[in-house]
Write a protein that binds this ligand. Sequence first.
Ligand code: THU
Length: 147
Amino acid sequence: MTDPAALIDAARAAAVHAHAPYSRFAVGAALLLTDGSIVTGCNVENASYGLSLCAETVATATATASGRLRDIVAVGIVGGRIGAADTDPVRPCGRCRQVLSEAAQMSGRDLAVHCAGLAGGNIETHRLSDLLPKAFGPADLGIGEQA
Ligand code: THU
């Protein structure tokens, strides 16, 4: 199991590529897969603000496009204002919790979610099931894990 610090380091490296000219808030996400490999993403904003994508969603979509949606075991997230020294942990937004929950429910595995600030500081760890209790999911649609 990759340690949380390594996952947070990967997320921080991904945040360098954030396209965030509007919010000036960079986020990086790193997904640890069952084989120990890591898939990353950053937030991708758009001049049409509502089209912007969060880092966790980009990373999850990237893993899915490689056939790895069911292989996600842990998530590292960092965020903070560009050029500031933000060390408060950034937790996933509600939409990203739901996106990550799709991976968790498809694999039948709860995810560890490690959160940190862009500029460093402590790593805060949660279980996705604590961040999004009683989640809506495939079972509500009568669809099983192997869909
Ligand atoms: N953002 C993420 O990438 N992930 C989150 O979980 C929270 C917010 C991004 C969206 C937007 O580009 C910027 O952070 C400010 O909200």
